[in-house]
Design a protein around this ligand. Sequence first.
Ligand SMILES: *Cc1c(COP(=O)(O)O)cnc(C)c1O
Length: 376
Amino acid sequence: MVPGIHRPAVVKVNLGAIKRNLENEMEHLEPGQKMLAVVKANGYGHGAVEVARVADKVGAAGFCVAILDEALELRRADIIKPILVLGVVSPEYAPIAAVNNVSLTVPNLEWLKEAEKYLKDANLQLKIHLGIDSGMGRIGFNEDADFIAANEFLENNDNFFIEGMFAHFASADSSDETYFKHQCEKFNHMKSLLTVKPKWIHVDNTAASIFHDGIKSDLVRFGIGIYGLNPSSTPNSQDLKSNIQLEPALSFESELTHVKTIHQGDGVGYGSTFVADEDTIIGTVPVGYADGFIRKFQGFKVKVGDTYCPIVGRICMDQFMVKMPKKMPVGTKVTIISSNPNDQNNIKAAADYVDTIHYEVACLLNDRLPRVYYEK
Ligand SMILES: *Cc1c(COP(=O)(O)O)cnc(C)c1O
């Protein structure tokens, strides 16, 4: 989708907040521990390259992304520190990763054997992290035999450099630690089977790092915390208390493009789900579900000028309408999602409203909305 640069609708990102969140986590790291800044999915919608540059300056040891293309985007932007792809990359692309100094996750023994063929042909060495499925149930080794065989396969194998071994927690953001502990035990067991020596052994995501002390993890894969959001947030929950300060960076802003009064019996939007029962002032905002602002937001209150106004009628593909208590001029600022956690339309409130998590709301906002950066 082309970014709409001639339309007043943008995602604003406060790089000052991003910097402080990263600095707070750097200070919170245990002695010797390093940080990989997770900038997958375009930096959780905030802009991967811009966020990575800040993380680079603040002292991150490297970066994590989800797919190979995201790693290549960072390399094209002249980012030279280590980059780990967390998802499974097809073995045929192992040479592309190797040439670009990108580290890949090994999901199982079969993958290693396949990747070796491509690397041998090209006479290349690939940096790898052994993925362990300690209970996330997603990717990685979960059987002893397969893992032992992979270790044997890697001993004296010049096509691979074993940069890491890692697992991912399914519930580090929960106050119930039962499953978290189970995952730690499973990971420690797999670690005891190692016969090769990964440079970094790591399990921490944001939640593990800021809610749990004393887990041995050489690296913290710091994701949602960069963006100032609390990882424990589930719909309509109270967040767990973070032991570092987090400051949201993202706001979503537009303007009124049209204002009018409608009269009793007049409908608004497809299906006329709102019908005026008296003279009603309606404002139109040039944002819709094609921007990732999904129809479920109907009824959510956005800030028009200083006034919270409900979205009335169905959200269209490219526009939505609000009901206003008084006339305000075309061009009045509309804050759809506020970066101020004290505002009723903060990102957590928006996520609660559509029964999801703020991670998803941030990722939904797509590239038709230009990202605008500022530092405050
Ligand atoms: C996304 C991801 C992270 C970062 O998680 P946050 O909750 O955003 O800190 C870390 N590790 C893996 C494997 C991931 O997929």
